[in-house]
Design a protein around this ligand. Structure first.
Ligand code: PLP
Length: 384
């Protein structure tokens, strides 16, 4: 079986599991406990925090471990916005129409329950935001700009550095959901020029159910989870020490392999795209042709049904997805595809192939051979 759905999730890496094991067994303490067993766990947590901070170029105290990307996004968007509301400094948010639901629904919640006004920046047909649009959207009462680093369905990579420079020149904090960018792009907060960044472990070889929010220390953040005051009061709940160690290990490994992986997989992805477009001339590549994640190739196959193509692909040993895992199986066309101007009936024909850093030439050739057969089986058309 050829698993080409790595943007949905990845297997836990052996090195990650091995790094976690001691903290699930011998060193099992609660890091808040004031005895040697607890202190050993607290030490492991602090070490994981330091290692992650080194990758992100931030201070260890700026990291908040969460239960995943969804919680990190909720904490960033709600936490920064509600702190601004309380301080009386803002009640306006700026976002994009192609954010993951974790951001989009957090913004919707703030609008509905706290009266925030929202400006949604337009995207072009490739999913890119024009930084000039941000310049004109900012207001004196803008509490937060939240724009994802790279899109999970079409792979388009935003000009986050330019967007960050504009937001910050107006004194407005900027958060980015970097969940899909992990392992492919430089996630340094200074390199990206952002104030807050969300990550999820299971997209880069750590387990599901762990993630983090990096947020610059000076930025006021209202907690979303209340309780025992862990994570400097920003996220209550006993820390998942083993998962934090796993996340640190996965992130370090991904960072050390990143440059080579990005170069190699980008070339394979381009080869795959070319093969698919040659074999299925009607295929529509979605997303930006160049500014896209190395691991994502996404198409619409007009005249088919995306779900039916997926089934045909799976029968030929290729596992892929119709877009985001959340939207899979739903009858609604993807909001991301509609936002980039794809007609609803074409959006229903979307298929996303997402590669890991270990994808091979043989994988690409095998998948590319299966695509025209699957499309032909669904559409009844004969392919060359
Ligand atoms: N943000 C993006 C861009 C994602 O792709 C995902 C997961 O698909 C998430 C957030 C949510 O992360 P998690 O599954 O860890 O909650």
């Amino acid at each position: 079986m050829l698993y080409l759905d790595n943007a949905a999730t990845t297997p836990v890496r052996r090195e990650v599991l091995e790094a976690m094991w001691p903290f699930l067994t011998a060193t099992f303490g609660n890091p808040s406990s004031h005895h040697t067993v607890g202190e050993a766990a607290a030490g492991a947590l602090a070490d994981a925090r330091r290692r992650i901070a080194a990758v992100l170029g931030t201070r260890a105290g700026d990291l908040v471990f969460t239960s995943g990307g969804t919680e990190a996004d909720n904490l960033a968007v709600k936490g920064i916005a509600l702190a601004a509301l309380e301080a009386g400094t803002g009640r306006h948010l700026v976002t994009s129409p192609i954010e993951h639901e974790a951001v989009a629904e957090s913004v919707a919640y703030l609008r509905r329950f706290h009266g925030f006004e929202v400006t949604v920046l337009p995207v072009d047909g490739t999913g890119l935001i024009d930084p000039a649009e941000l310049e004109s959207a900012l207001r004196p009462d803008t509490a937060l700009v939240t724009v994802m680093t790279a899109n999970n369905e079409i792979g388009t990579v935003q000009p986050i550095r330019a967007l960050g420079a504009i937001a910050r020149s107006h004194g407005v904090p900027i958060h980015t959901d970097a969940v899909q960018a992990a392992g492919w792009l430089d996630l340094g907060l200074d390199s990206l020029g952002v104030d807050a960044l969300s990550l999820s472990g299971h997209k880069l070889g750590a387990p599901k159910g762990v993630g983090l929010l990096a947020v610059r220390g000076a930025l006021p953040l209202e907690p979303v989870l209340h309780g025992g005051g862990q994570e400097r009061g920003r996220r209550s709940g006993t820390e998942n020490v083993a998962a934090a160690v796993g996340l640190a290990t996965a992130l370090e490994l991904a960072e050390s392999e990143r440059a080579d992986a990005a170069r190699r997989v980008s070339a394979l992805r381009d080869d795959f795209i070319a093969r698919v477009q040659h074999a299925v001339p009607s295929a529509v590549l979605t997303g930006h042709p160049i500014e896209r994640l190395p691991g994502i190739a996404s198409f619409c196959f007009p005249g088919t049904s995306g779900e039916a193509v997926l089934l045909e692909l799976e029968q030929r040993g290729v596992v892929s997805s119709s877009g985001s895992a959340c939207a899979a199986g739903s009858d609604e066309p993807s909001a991301v595809l509609l936002a980039i101007g794809i007609a609803p009936e074409v959006a229903q024909t979307a298929v996303r192939f997402s590669f890991s850093s270990t994808v091979t030439e043989a994988d690409i050739a095998g998948a590319a051979a299966a695509v025209p057969l699957a499309v032909a089986a669904v559409s009844g058309l004969r392919q060359a």
